[in-house]
Design a protein around this ligand. Sequence first.
Ligand SMILES: [Zn+2]
Length: 758
Amino acid sequence: MKTSARILICFSLLFSAVPAADSPALQGFSPDSTTSERAWETKFKAIPSADRLREYMQRLSARPHHVGSPYDKDNAEWILAKFKEWGLNAQIESFDVLFPTPRERAVELIEPARFTAKLEEPAVSVDPTSDQQKEQLPIYNAYSVDGDVTAPLIYVNYGNREDYEKLDRLGISVKGAIVIARYGQGWRGIKPKVAAEHGAIGCIIYSDPKGDGYFQGDDFPAGGWRPRYGVQRGSVMDTDYPGDPLTPGVGATADAKPLSLKEAKTITTIPVLPISYGDALPLLSALKGPIAPEDWRGALAITYHVGPGPARVHLKVSSNWDIKPIYDVIATLHGSTDEGQWVIRGNHHDAWVNGADDPISGQAAMLEEARVMGELHAHGWTPLRTVIYCAWDGEEPGLLGSVEWVETHVDELQKHAVVYINSDSNQRGYLLPGGTQDLQNFVSGVARDVEDPETHMSAYQRSHLFAISEAKNAEERSDLRKRNDLLVRALGDGSDYTAFQDFAGISSLNLRFGDEDDGSQYHSIYDDFYWYTTFADKDFSYGRALSQTAGTAIMRAADADFIPVDYTPQSQAIEKYTSDLEKLVKDKQDEFTERNLELKEGVYKATEDPRNLLLPPPAEVVPPYVNLAPLKNALVVLKKSAERYSAALAAYQTQGSPALPPQALESINADLLRVSRLFLNQKGLPERPWFKNQIYAPGAYTGYGAKPIAAVREYMDEKKWAEAEGQVPQVSQVIETVAAGINRAAEDFENALARGAQ
Ligand SMILES: [Zn+2]
């Protein structure tokens, strides 16, 4: 009762808020539909309530809610009930997936002294949910293979490929050793992968205080940063494909024929365990051997040595390899047309432990959007397109909920999905959009209409000015100043957009506010309600801003007469990715030519310090010129088609954005819907066939990080120049197909305009 009374007051106040009559038509809207859209959006933005966000977070993060836990299911049912209460048509879709949980864990220093790692995060008295030990998932890395190994220890910095090149120069091999790597610089799953490729038999990952502990600020509970015994849990699944390891490419439903555990390709080949710096300190202190290179040193009060030994370590990990149910909550608000186009919004609900920041800060914002949509619907608003809200389960272990859902529904999704908008953790700071750049103008327009809570400038303006402050050089700054939009960064595979973008070819956005961090308890028991409301977005003003931003985006994408994409920013981005490939070849040519010359001149020999061994790097074959001409020719075609479509859009606006006849709209929308599918090649990437998108993909050795044009780029990273060149024709073909799709849309648009003018 109290609630509806409050909302009625809101509405009566809001009906008087009429947008300026002379504001230009929104992209994809006629002047009439713009007026109505702006009125509904204004109503929408006024309603999200910080108090409600706080209530949702308190409820959803009250107990540990990882996959397979009682509270995970409880939360899914609670979310389902809320969606229904708010007037959405909701149901739970369940999948059965492989989810290992720890059975045995040990890290012991055997020599030169004995020490047994605690492998536990202690409760903190001021933090009321930190003592729920019975329900907490112990610290571990999910999908580590079982193993029991004892070996000398070697420190490998972040444990990425360049770090092993440095180790080679130090004359150190990790063959038969256990490596210890610090968290940071790329996805954690890369660390055991690269360690195993170099012959290591075990991998320990620890959180150095330089990355997210006392070096950054006061640690918990005095401040927000990771304390001495705080640990980052997380998945170490290999990068071949995300989702259930036993059902690649198909939904983990009763119809699927799962692989056996042995056949699953994404489980690590060596055992891995994460530890705190409190547990790492005795291990690192016991290392001798060369002193770690300067940029390898963390913030512990020790001299960092690389080893090997004299430290010898015993590492033991085994898991219960169980099949567990996951619960996706899917809620629908049906559109008013029967065109069958879907606008999809998602955020995961599962966490490693209580997960207030990750993922409930984003989940709470999304729920509040759904509630407000329900209220608007009750007051007369119905979206043109169907809106689908998805609360995903199983994101943390490997994007399980979203991947299995997309794999199950891929045919329907490819027929109907217009856009997928994701969020995950949310904090204070700047709007940081990622995604496919056909939505760059669109999301920039949305950001112009959202107020930043701290500065009261628009989220657009603040994000734009932040980008200038972060630019690397004068050229970048000058380029940003000329722009009329926010640059949308390409997405890797850090969250639930992956299957939409990379597998199904659906235009995607990831939205979050952040970068004004007061701390991080990422994947620890301390990422909870107490911590979030003491150190993060404690008044939920940025949670509210996320609701406003993502909600406005959903409404606008759902209501637009024609799908509000524009391809010029996308063709510019792909042009940039191509020139990056060219630059990479040139840089490697220069680097290796110089190196080979210095080897010949004896530069390394002359500068070698006999007391501090640093071997010269190996001579390298200087890369040949790689023929990117087919790609560049395809880009000319893409650019022309993108400009043609942008010109049609501009002409439409010059004509006063007249309402187009339904048949014309239908064919333009059908054209536009298809374009993002054309980025796919059903064979997929050469070594990762699950990833179908030929432009947008995560790196096999970066994970979170995007590697645009991965088919070419990844061979270049491996110095396989001929193979890289071999991929150019088919990527070029994909780009030409995309251009043809855009041309079709432009032509239909031009024809509709010509007919309209007659
Ligand atoms: Zn998350």
